[in-house]
Design a protein around this ligand. Structure first.
Ligand SMILES: [Zn+2]
Length: 50
């Protein structure tokens, strides 16, 4: 998920940074790898924080 307001990537439907509703960036071609994709994004977020 991606916030169109502040370009923040998140796993949540609402942006943790500004509270705006997030959307999926681009067409979603995957389905079974969705959970894995989300996990990788989480890693990136953790990397940004820490
Ligand atoms: Zn935002």
């Amino acid at each position: 998920m991606k916030c169109r307001s502040c370009k923040t990537y998140t796993l949540f439907k609402a942006c943790p940074a500004c509270g705006k509703e997030t959307s999926i960036p681009g067409p979603v071609k995957y389905s079974t790898t969705d959970r894995f994709q989300a996990f990788r994004i989480k890693e990136l977020e953790d990397e940004n924080i820490g």
